[in-house]
Design a binder for this molecule. Structure first.
Ligand code: AMP
Length: 396
């Protein structure tokens, strides 16, 4: 089915064809008509499925019919967990709206607020904001919601994980009652559903994440390795396989800095990406990674949330993520919009329970590869696929 059958106007269709979006993804096919109808929606869709265009295209289609850019009055609000995601969504929006007279703004904390305030005063149609800075601006009367027609909660599960529930509720309390609510989340957990219930009545529900937890275009494999050999293994794989652009996930900021220097000692140049670095440095590092000037980016999971790179060829879980959904999120960073991708995980014996949970979530075992010279002294057993974590056993 082409985009032209979804009821989008010519200026949007032209923008999509300039971006080489030839046909809608599954979430786009399902979400766009529902949103255009004006219904509330909750959707389980992970990053990499095309969810941003899934909600933003119909929002643009709806907004283009009315007067735009009224001072301090936003017409669509997208709440996101991180500044990186705010920037990414705003960039996507600007490219989708390039032939429309609509404006958008990414608004987030950690940077001077004056420029954001000035933009709001001048008039913004679509505001993509992290909750804290949004509330700040609201209290300073730089933004009003009475003309807001639609609110999107993007990565709702992540926002709850990051403790934004009170901020989200405060924002929702201030929004007009009859606006359209759209909630996107990697998974529709009980907590996400509870949040949805408080604001959304009778929403349409779309779920594509669970079925597609393991996308066919992503080749997943793991290496069992002793903990103290992981950095040597990474250097070996990079050199032997001549890996290009690779996003490496690691648990802590400190670990990221240490790994970068370990790689450097072996002649591999990498950069660390985490919340301990300034916003300006992070922006520069990300730009260099996107352009290929930096090939290896070592990032903590949270910092990496907003990284969106067209067809990232490879991600490495240097540390295995927890919980299992985070694994699904991470591998969604590669193989985007049907390009081929590779996701490699390093697993040591003390990750066994975690591995069981991940493989149970996927519904299959991940292919294991043995790398000569790195066979673990402490082997990792094969997972039990119906593994139930102890914390949940009592409830069953
Ligand atoms: P998202 O899940 O919104 O983070 O999008 C993942 C990536 O897919 C982004 O880089 C988008 O630019 C790209 N994308 C989204 N929709 C399409 C489409 N219909 N065709 C090609 N690429 C797309």
């Amino acid at each position: 089915m082409p985009f032209s059958r979804l009821g989008l106007c010519q200026p949007i269709l032209s923008a999509l064809s300039a971006l080489n979006y030839t046909k809608p993804t599954t979430i786009q096919k399902q979400a766009i008509p529902v949103i255009l109808e004006g219904r509330d929606l909750i959707a389980a869709a992970q990053t990499g499925t095309g969810k941003t265009a899934g909600y933003m295209l119909p929002v643009l289609e709806k907004l283009r019919h009315q007067q735009t850019q009224k001072k301090k009055r936003i017409r669509a609000l997208v709440l996101v967990p991180t500044r990186e995601l705010a920037i990414q969504v705003a960039e996507n929006t600007a490219s989708y709206a390039q032939h429309l007279p609509l404006t958008c703004l990414a608004m987030y904390g950690g940077v001077d607020e004056q420029a954001q305030k000035d933009a709001l005063i001048a008039g913004v149609d679509i505001l993509i904001a992290t909750p804290g800075r949004l509330l700040d601006m609201y209290r300073q009367r730089a933004v009003y919601f009475e003309e807001t027609e639609v609110v999107v909660l993007d990565e709702a599960d992540r926002m709850l994980d990051m403790g934004f529930i009170d901020d989200i509720n405060q924002v929702f309390d201030r929004l007009p009652e009859n606006i359209q609510h759209l909630l996107f989340s990697a998974t529709l957990s009980h907590r996400v559903r509870d949040l949805a219930k408080t604001v959304i009545e009778d929403p349409c529900e779309i779920s594509i994440a669970a079925k597609q937890a393991s996308k066919k275009n992503i080749q997943q494999w793991l290496v069992t390795v002793d903990k103290d050999k992981k950095s040597a293994l990474l250097s070996h794989l990079i050199t032997e396989n001549q890996w290009d652009q690779t996003l490496i996930f690691i648990e802590t900021k400190h670990g990221a800095a240490k790994l970068v220097s370990q790689l450097e000692k072996r002649g591999i140049t990498a950069e660390a990406f985490h919340s301990g670095r300034s916003q300006a440095v992070r922006a520069k590092v990300l730009e260099d990674f996107k352009s290929g000037a930096v090939k290896y980016l070592v990032s903590t999971g949270v910092a990496a949330r907003g990284i969106d790179i067209e067809a990232l060829p490879r991600v490495v879980n240097y540390d295995l993520p927890f919980p299992a959904d985070e694994y699904v999120h991470r591998i969604g960073r590669t193989g985007r919009a049907d390009a081929a991708g590779e996701a490699i995980s390093f697993v040591s014996k003390d990750n066994f329970k975690n591995l069981c949970m991940i493989e149970s979530r996927l519904g299959h075992l991940i292919e294991r590869r043995v790398i000569e010279g790195f066979e673990p002294k402490k082997p990792v057993p094969v997972s039990i696929l119906n593994y139930v974590p102890e914390s949940k056993r009592a409830k069953q």
